[in-house]
Unconditional design. Sequence first.
Length: 154
Amino acid sequence: MSTEPPTVHASAVQVGYVAVLIRGPSGSGKSRLALQLILAGRARQIPAATLVGVDRIYLDRDGDALVARSVSALAGLIEVRGLGIRRCDSVPSAPVGLVVDLAASDAARLPTRNALQTTLLGITLPRVPVAAGENALMLVLAVLTLPEALTTGE
């Protein structure tokens, strides 16, 4: 019997010291956003960004932190649409500091304060709900670079 927790359908990128956990349905752009964050880190728009994993992620609670871990079979691999599966620098795990939900049904122009947080394994985290077709990277960059970005909900 495996002692590993179940995986979640998500991608994760470590930005600085924390991971951005990217959730969403198949085809919603999780790998694309992960690659965009890595490239933004290389361009120094945000702190250095390194892949944790794509497609499937383990989530574990470590005290008051939620930790994203890569699935070993997928470690260091990322799909680049139009180019296929590519190797990428990666880290095995990182504490989650932000959750991004792509194609979120509760995404709104002026989201409520409740929409800007989520609770996973008993840990409440900041959340960015992104509507289908919306520019997810712009919203995530705003959260990572503007200190008050998630505190203006009603």
